[in-house]
Structures are given as structure tokens and as C-alpha cells.
Design a protein around this ligand. Structure first.
Ligand SMILES: Cc1ncc(C[n+]2csc(CCOP(=O)(O)OP(=O)(O)O)c2C)c(N)n1
Ligand SMILES: [Mg+2]
Length: 673
């Protein structure tokens, strides 16, 4: 029994309605005190949440990361007070009543929207509508995949989601629902807070969607209940648990339920109820207690739920201890990749330096993945229907199929956003290291979830190929221009644009080791020469030269007159320009390969200075200039794209857009003369 619960005495039988009213009171009082927040949703869903927790969910606040816990995702993240009230009532040690009193204040754990890592027990960051339900699909998939490997003794939990009208209107929900239905993720149960209200007013202002029909069409089990009829909600959850498909429980609710004048109105969505309405609500629901006061008997009832979870956790720990798979499970769940992965990557680099392998970096990535995936079972791959363009599948990877989760390759379908969110869910769940591919241009489609990978600090690896006009004939609709700038502007995201097969293997190593930061591997469609072998005194070394973000690939014998900085496919152009400058103009040019800005920014100033040098600098990248001025300074130049690309063979495009050794050499001569 947890110590807080032990101190409390049950006084009288407590009803679930009283337990739900505790949520209502805490939500309205916290929002009132903060003078900011969303009371309507927590009050409307208090009854559903109470039934879910009091009868079904197994979580243990004293071991919030116990791997076989049920997952609870508040997709309607604006209703964060529902989550914080639950955490206080359940007895999470970092959620005393004082935290509720500091709702939405600087430094409190009770941030405006639930943030992963900010308070114990928050499984994922929500607030951008639609993300929670889509992330939950990844969690539910990871659960089934882990179950397929370790069995029900070790893996046997569910993922529960509360989603609002907003989550279901967002496009990402379509991708997520379709994927979950197809994969028959029977451990996923979604409660729709069907209150028919959003910010602007009734949802009839903007939608006529028959949501249950939509879910049904995607292969879900569907039910509709009165969300304030606790028996009906309980029965629906039991039926959902028995289903062999993911479940939607449409819960007809009243937003701000309990508030006698404002209940049912959009006015309760995102503003305090006000003192008078709060007093009237207290009266209406029979809650005679002062703000932030929950009577002991009600608190005791809530803390008993935590005890049930603790008992379940203990039983699970015993099963784990007795399991022959104990060690394998523990190492999978911590996500520690075996040394063999990194040893294999070093051997891979040595082999290809010797062979001077000339391949597209997307191909190099596939080859590197071949050795990575052979050395560990933890990586799970996938693509948004571009498997043979992104080159994300390797030998022996079976597909994850409906009701058959033993494979390790996920056909995410043409759902970039859903894929990114699902990868977040897989990473958050634990047990796997997800990577997934699409064209770099469609990072836009995945962006909302990519931002959350970064905000949550998850090891999610994006394999984004066809990275510039170098993709050629598909034209400007497919040629990314502004995407590198967008990705580089995203905090806590490593953007790697390797120049050859060696840098590609190095960047894969860095991405795999980057446990609290997502990575994007930006890869070429077109072949690129091996640069490391031709332009280094020590072509192979164990050292990962990309790990410092940028390094000098070519240093002239004489004092540098100019430094050419490039990434990816343009490093080859920089090298050719440097050679032309030397032979035709006697100009000494250094070439810096800069596969990762973010890692270079983290180096100390002296190192950065040594790499960048004091000569004028030119940056070459077949993308937008935005951001490059940081590296080229006031007297530098940029050779790249000034607008959208065009449809033509790649070599023609490079000439057309003047991204050539000649253009770089001309820019250099202009700078230094
Ligand atoms: C992607 C995204 N767009 C817009 C918003 C702003 N927003 C927050 S809540 C909300 C309305 C949500 O309606 P609903 O889910 O029905 O919540 P309820 O009003 O019922 O609490 C909007 C538009 C957001 N948080 N995320
Ligand atoms: Mg609503």
C-alpha cells in the first residue's frame, strides 16, 4: 500500500460519482486560480475517466514506467486538468495538490498541455489535436509487436485514449484510424468525447461526419453510450476489451457537465467558469468542499486504484523474474543497442573506403541498414509507401501484418503524418528503435509529429530521400527547397545530410546513438562518389568524422584563400570547384563537409574556428539559403536555390540553376579579388 493511502481512512462508501466530482472540482478550481485553461472537457469526461480508472486501468504511480502498465493518452490535451487531477488523486509523488494550485505557472509540473517528461505518468505530449490518438496507434502496435516476441506473460496491456471532436476532425486521425483498423490493433480503445462542441460553437458549424461510421469503415469495433451513464460506460469498455479490433466508444457528453448555467456551452471550453458559476456548480453537484480540498474517503477510493496497479506490477515482476526471456526483454525495453551494431558499422566503413564504393546516399543507407538490422533485432523499419525508393527494407525483414506482429517492417501506407506519430508512439512505448522513410519534400506532411519527436526527445529516425533537384524529372512538386531550413530550425532535431557512403554510415551511427533526440537522414537519389577515400590522408579510421558536425575534407598546402562549405551531393561540386580554382587560377581552396549543423554548433568555438577558417567562405547546397549566412558571414557567398526547381534530368537542373563547379569557382574569384 502506498504511504499516502495508508494514512487515509475510509469513512463511508464512496460512489464513483463522488470520485468523478473530485475531478470536476479540481479542474474548475485550478483553471479559476490560474485564470487560464480548459474546464469544460475535464468536467464532461470526468465520469468516463473515473470508470476507466476505477475499474480497468492498471498503472502504478510508484513505478510510473513499469513496462506492462496500461497506457493512457489524453489526446484532447487542452483538457490537461483531467490528467493532472487524475495524477493527484492517484497519488503520483510529483503531483501534490500544490502543483494543481500552480496550474500553468512557470516551473510547475502542470503545464498548459500535458508534456512528456514534465510529470511522471504522462505517456506522450498532447495539445496539437490529433497527435495523441495517432501516437497511441504506435503504442498499441508496439505492444502487439512486443507481445509477439515475449508472450502474454510479459506483455499484456492496453492503450486507452480520450479524444475530442477536434482530434477526430484533424486529418492525421484519418491516417491513424485507417492504419489501426487495418492492423487490427485490438488493444487500442478510444473514447470520443462526443459533446458536439468545439471552440467556435456547435460542431454542426463545420462537420456533418458520422464518426462511428467512419471508424467502422476503417475496421473498428464501435459503440455509442451516454458518457454520464457509468454502468453503460463500464459495459462498453468490457465489450471493447473482448473485441478483436480496435474500439471506438462514442461517449455522448455535456461539456462542462455540472455547471448549471454554462454546461453544454462552448463558453466552458477554454475559460474559467467564474466565481458565481463555480459556486452554483458546487451546489449543483453536491460538492461542499473548499477549493483544492478532497475529502479523505474520496481520496482513499482513488488511491485504492493505485494499489490495484501496484499489485499487478508486482505480479508482473515475478513473472519477469521467472521468465527465461528476462534478460532479452530488459535489454529491449531499455533500448540499448548491442556493441555489435557499431562494430559492424566501423567494419562497413573500412570495407567501402577500400572499395571506393560510389552509390547514392539512399543506397548507402540501405547498405548500412543491412548491417545494422543484422546486428540487432531492436530496429523496426517502414516507409510511407516508398519502400523501394527510400530503400528502407533489408534482407530478412518480414512485414508486420494484421494480427501477425512478429515482423519488423511496417508498411505505413501513404500516411506520412500518421507514420511519424506512430513512430513517436513506438519509441515512447519502448522495446524498439523505429525508423521510417518518405521523400524529403513530404516532411511537410509529417511535420506536426516530427516536431513532437523533437519536443519529446525521442529516438525516432526519419529516412528522407530524394533530397533536392538532384531527384530530377519528378520536378518541383517533389524537389525540396525550403525543407532543410525548416528542419534545421526545429530545436532538438539532428539533420544529417551525408556526402558519400562513409558519411552515411557515420550518420546512421550517430542517429542510433542519439537516444534523446530524433534524427533526419537526408539522402540523395543520385549516385555520389566516394569522397573520403580520395581526399583524406587517412581514408579509414575508427573515428566518426561526422560526429563533430563538420570537418575539413580538403585542406590546401598553402594558406587558404577561400573555404567552400557544402553538404551532401554538393560536396562533390565543392571539391571539383576547389580543384578548378587550384589548377586554373592558383587559388587555394579548402573544402569543409558539413553533414550536421546541429552537431557542429555544439563544438567549442576554437574547433569551429579552425574548421571554418578566416578566409572568405562560400556555402554550396541545392536548397534555400535561409540559415547559411550564419556560416558564411558577411563577406561570404551562397550557391544554391533561389526558388522552386523544375522537371528535367538532374545534370541539366544543376546547370540550369547554376550549381556547378564553374559557378562556385566564379563566386570564389569574385570574393577574393
Ligand atoms: C492542431 C490544433 N489546431 C487547433 C488547436 C486549437 N484548439 C484547441 S482545442 C480546440 C477545439 C477542440 O474541440 P474539441 O476537441 O471538441 O474540444 P472541446 O471543446 O469539446 O473540449 C482547438 C481548435 C489545437 N490545439 N491543435
Ligand atoms: Mg468537443
Amino acid at each position: 500500500m502506498n504511504s499516502q493511502a495508508a494514512a487515509l481512512k475510509p469513512v463511508a462508501a464512496v460512489s464513483e460519482r463522488d470520485m468523478a466530482n473530485a475531478i470536476r472540482a479540481l479542474a474548475m478550481d485550478s483553471v479559476q486560480k490560474a485564470n487560464s485553461g480548459h474546464p469544460g472537457m475535464p468536467m464532461g469526461m470526468a465520469d468516463v475517466a473515473t470508470v476507466l480508472f476505477s475499474r480497468f486501468i492498471d498503472i502504478d504511480p510508484s513505478a510510473p514506467n513499469w513496462p506492462d502498465r496500461d497506457r493512457f493518452v489524453l489526446s484532447a490535451g487542452h483538457g490537461s486538468m483531467l490528467q493532472y487531477a487524475l495524477h493527484y488523486l492517484l497519488g503520483y509523488e510529483d503531483m501534490p495538490i500544490e502543483e494543481l494550485q500552480r496550474f500553468r505557472q512557470l516551473g510547475s509540473r502542470t503545464a498548459g498541455h500535458p508534456e512528456y517528461g514534465h510529470a511522471l505518468g504522462i505517456e506522450t505530449t498532447t495539445g496539437p489535436l490529433g497527435q495523441g490518438i495517432s501516437t497511441a496507434v504506435g503504442m498499441a502496435l508496439a505492444e502487439r509487436m512486443l507481445y509477439a516476441r515475449y508472450g502474454a506473460d510479459l506483455v499484456n496491456h492496453r492503450t486507452y485514449v480520450i479524444a475530442g471532436d477536434g482530434c477526430l476532425q484533424e486529418g492525421i486521425s484519418h491516417e491513424a484510424i485507417d492504419l489501426a483498423g487495418h492492423l487490427k490493433l485490438s488493444r487500442l480503445i478510444v473514447f470520443w468525447d462526443d459533446n458536439a462542441i468545439s471552440i467556435d460553437g456547435p460542431t454542426s458549424l463545420s462537420t456533418s461526419m458520422d464518426q462511428p461510421a467512419r471508424f467502422k469503415a476503417a475496421g473498428w469495433h464501435i459503440q455509442s453510450v451516454d458518457g454520464h451513464d457509468m454502468e453503460a460506460v463500464g459495459a462498453a469498455i468490457e465489450a471493447a476489451q473482448r473485441s478483436d479490433r480496435p474500439s471506438l466508444i462514442a461517449c455522448r457528453t455535456v461539456i462542462g457537465k455540472g455547471a448549471p448555467n454554462l454546461g453544454g456551452s462552448e463558453k466552458t471550453h477554454g475559460a474559467p467558469l467564474g466565481d458565481a458559476e463555480i459556486a452554483a456548480t458546487r451546489e449543483n453537484i453536491g460538492w461542499a468542499h473548499a477549493p483544492f480540498e478532497v475529502p479523505d474517503d474520496i481520496l482513499f477510493a482513488w488511491r485504492e486504484i493505485a494499489e490495484r496497479g501496484q499489485a499487478a506490477r508486482h505480479a508482473w515482476e515475478q513473472r519477469l523474474a521467472a521468465s527465461p526471456q528476462h534478460e532479452a526483454f530488459a535489454s529491449a525495453i531499455t533500448g540499448n543497442l548491442p556493441d555489435a551494431v557499431f562494430e559492424a558499422l566501423v567494419a562497413f566503413r573500412k570495407e567501402h573506403v577500400e572499395k571506393a564504393t560510389k552509390v547514392a546516399t539512399r543506397k548507402a543507407s540501405e547498405m548500412a541498414l543491412g548491417v545494422i538490422n543484422a546486428a540487432t533485432e531492436l530496429t523496426v523499419g517502414g516507409s510511407a509507401d516508398l519502400t523501394h525508393s527510400n530503400l528502407t527494407i533489408t534482407k530478412g525483414m518480414n512485414r508486420v501484418a494484421p494480427s501477425d506482429y512478429a515482423g519488423r517492417y511496417i508498411h505505413y501506407g501513404i500516411r506520412e503524418h500518421g507514420m511519424a506519430a506512430a513512430m513517436n508512439g513506438i519509441a515512447l512505448h519502448g522495446g524498439f528503435v523505429p525508423y521510417g522513410g518518405t521523400f524529403l519534400c513530404f516532411a511537410d506532411y509529417a511535420r506536426g509529429a516530427m516536431r513532437l519527436s523533437a519536443l519529446m526527445g525521442q529516438r525516432v529516425i526519419y529516412v528522407m530521400t530524394h533530397d533536392s533537384i538532384g531527384l530530377g524529372e519528378d520536378g518541383p512538386t517533389h524537389q525540396p527547397v525550403e525543407h532543410l531550413a525548416m528542419l534545421r530550425a526545429t530545436p532538438n532535431l539532428n539533420v544529417f545530410r551525408p556526402a558519400d557512403i562513409i558519411e552515411t554510415a557515420e550518420c546512421w551511427e550517430l542517429a542510433l546513438k542519439s537516444e534523446s533526440r530524433p534524427s533526419v537522414l537526408v539522402l540523395s537519389r543520385q549516385n555520389l562518389p566516394m569522397l573520403r577515400q580520395a581526399h583524406s590522408d587517412e581514408p579509414h579510421s575508427e573515428e566518426n568524422r561526422s560526429s563533430q558536425g563538420a570537418y575539413i575534407l580538403r585542406e590546401p598546402a598553402e594558406h587558404r584563400a577561400v573555404t567552400l562549405i557544402a553538404t551532401g551531393s554538393e560536396v562533390e561540386i565543392a571539391i571539383a570547384a576547389a580543384e578548378r580554382l587550384a589548377t586554373e587560377h592558383g587559388v587555394a581552396a579548402a573544402v569543409v563537409s558539413m553533414p550536421c549543423w546541429e552537431l557542429f554548433e555544439e563544438q567549442d568555438a576554437d574547433h569551429r574556428k579552425a574548421v571554418l577558417g578566416s578566409a572568405p567562405r562560400i556555402a554550396i547546397e541545392a536548397a534555400a539559403r535561409l540559415g547559411w549566412d550564419r556560416w558564411i558571414g558577411d563577406i561570404g557567398a551562397f550557391v544554391g536555390m533561389a526558388g522552386f526547381g523544375a522537371s528535367a534530368p538532374a545534370p541539366d537542373l544543376y546547370r540550369h540553376f547554376d550549381i556547378t563547379p564553374e559557378a562556385v569557382a566564379a563566386a570564389a574569384l569574385k570574393l577574393i579579388i
